[in-house]
Design a protein around this ligand. Structure first.
Ligand code: FE2
Ligand code: FE2
Length: 272
């Protein structure tokens, strides 16, 4: 089975890229299951019910999140409670709405299931519990409740070292670990020695003529002046970035391939 994992989807341009390419990638590459990080899907920061449902409508099976989970707290907290295909970082504080792991049937997969786990790092990020300990506890629980189901992990973190450490920590125990959050793709894909597929950061799905998805002039001004500037989603050079992990019947990854698709037509929608 091939699982396509898509990095942080940036606002309307990113959602439009999903609409253009997810169905085609399923057919072209034989992808059976699609995971996408949605923490930037509404206006470039945060997720709303509408942006989540837009992503599901484009063929995404599970949405993962990150440090921007609570931007639209009031509407997303109840949605996290009821939507079984939307996960937030597992190692958020105890009592946080929603879940950090979900087990979902592969569409048309004859009952085959995939477990998706979302973790968040602690290096240059907000304080939270250990993602390493949280992953261990959740894997022990999955062994009991969903034995034999392959686990794919979105490690949402700033530091490549912390993401790589997680890859090795989980090597041989999960099918794949992919990194999100930096919006900058890395080229370090591999199958780790224990059979876990790994990529340090998928990169964003959104406008690359930008600074991490936002209008570049505003971000340059912010850094030069030291004063805050509103984030505005950029429009140019929209790309989908993803990674495909091929997982065998034993839950081991046998191949990893980065995927890039460029949006060539004009971006029609003007809303964020
Ligand atoms: Fe993030
Ligand atoms: Fe992000």
């Amino acid at each position: 089975m091939k699982v396509l994992c898509i990095g942080d989807v940036i606002g309307r341009p990113g959602r439009d890229a999903l609409r253009s390419f997810v169905g085609r990638l399923r057919a072209e590459l034989g992808v059976g299951f699609v995971i996408a990080n949605g923490e930037n899907s509404s206006g470039g920061v945060g997720i709303t019910v509408q942006s989540a449902e837009d992503m599901f409508g484009s063929g995404v099976d599970v949405i993962t999140l990150g440090n921007h989970t609570w931007k639209h707290d009031k509407e997303i907290a109840p949605y996290l409670e009821k939507c079984g295909r939307l996960v937030r970082p597992l190692n958020f504080a105890p009592g946080t709405p929603g879940r950090g792991v979900c087990v979902v049937e592969v569409p048309g997969g004859g009952g085959v299931r995939v477990a998706v786990m979302n973790l968040i790092g602690r290096v240059f990020m907000e304080a939270c519990a250990s993602p390493f300990d949280a992953a261990d506890a959740a894997l022990a629980e999955l062994l009991r409740t969903a034995p034999g189901v392959p686990v794919v992990v979105d490690m949402h973190a700033e530091a490549s070292s912390e993401k790589r450490a997680m890859g090795h920590h989980l090597d041989g125990r999960v099918a794949a670990v992919f990194g999100t959050h930096t919006h900058v793709p890395t080229a370090d894909e591999e199958v780790l020695p224990g059979g876990t597929g790994y990529l340090g950061d998928v990169g964003m799905t959104g406008p690359y003529d930008s600074v991490i998805g936002m209008v570049k002039e505003k971000i340059v001004h912010k850094f030069r002046s030291g004063r805050p500037m509103p984030y505005v989603v950029a429009r140019g050079n929209v790309q989908l970035r993803g990674v495909v992990f091929e997982i065998d019947g034993r839950g081991k990854c046998v191949a990893v391939e980065r995927v890039r698709r460029d949006v060539t037509g004009p971006v029609v929608s003007e809303d964020a």
